[in-house]
Design a protein around this ligand. Structure first.
Ligand code: IMP
Length: 205
């Protein structure tokens, strides 16, 4: 239905699809992009949306695959992200395989600490990376990235956050990522930084 105001049609809000069924992630994105004039919708509203194989060798490639697939499927502007942990002493692993490194978060962290048990402190550098792609249906795709540098701890610490947060140590704060509350984490995290960049891209358009 077209809305008419004083005889002029008023454009309804443009939709932005967040390419995730994870309502926590969709809410986090919606909060950061609030006030930009988009009606933000997640894939939870598209039960028939296809599953996407994340076959890319980089985070950016996987974000592009997801954004393009769901923009074409929904016919709406779509934002997709892909993120993970890169460990220098493991030649960048687990990288794009971060969620497939072992079956559970606990097992992933134990496996990582076991692989790193002989690695001296100076060589335990690592980073979280988040890539974002924003795709128009059948059209242009724009990308951006956010990173946070740290080191791999010798043991897990903290009970906030998720995934590799308990073993990811931030030397300048003297804390693991899992010892930060949600606001502190968002202000410095790879995902928070990438979303701030995405916001600039969206504001330009
Ligand atoms: P996704 O692309 O956001 O689904 O993330 C893939 C995987 O990377 C997750 O399953 C986690 O293992 C890891 N990961 C991504 N972001 C974070 C984070 O902020 N903290 C801890 N682990 C993360």
């Amino acid at each position: 239905m077209n809305i008419v105001c004083l005889g002029y049609p008023v454009n309804p809000m443009k939709k932005l699809i967040i390419a995730t069924k994870n309502s926590g992630k969709a809410k986090e994105v919606a909060l950061i992009l609030e006030g930009m004039g988009y009606e933000i919708v997640s894939l939870a509203d598209y039960p028939d949306a296809p599953k996407v194989e994340e076959t890319g060798k980089t985070f950016i490639k996987n974000a592009i695959i997801k954004a393009k697939t769901y923009a074409d499927f929904t016919g709406e502007l779509t934002l997709a992200d892909d993120s993970g942990l890169e460990v220098d002493a493991l030649n960048g692993a687990p990288g794009v395989f971060s969620s497939r490194f072992a079956p559970t978060d606990e097992e992933r962290n134990s496996k990582l600490l076991e692989l790193m048990k002989e690695t001296p402190d100076a060589n335990r550098t690592a980073r979280f990376i988040c890539a974002i792609a924003i795709a128009e249906p059948g059209g242009e795709i724009r990308t951006c990235e956010g990173k946070v540098e740290g080191t791999i701890a010798h043991e897990p610490k903290g009970d906030q956050g998720f995934g590799y947060d308990p073993v990811f140590y931030l030397p300048h704060l003297g804390k693991s990522m899992a010892e930060l509350n949600a606001d502190q984490k968002n202000s410095l995290s790879h995902r928070g930084k990438a979303l701030e960049e995405a916001k600039k891209i969206m504001a330009r358009n």
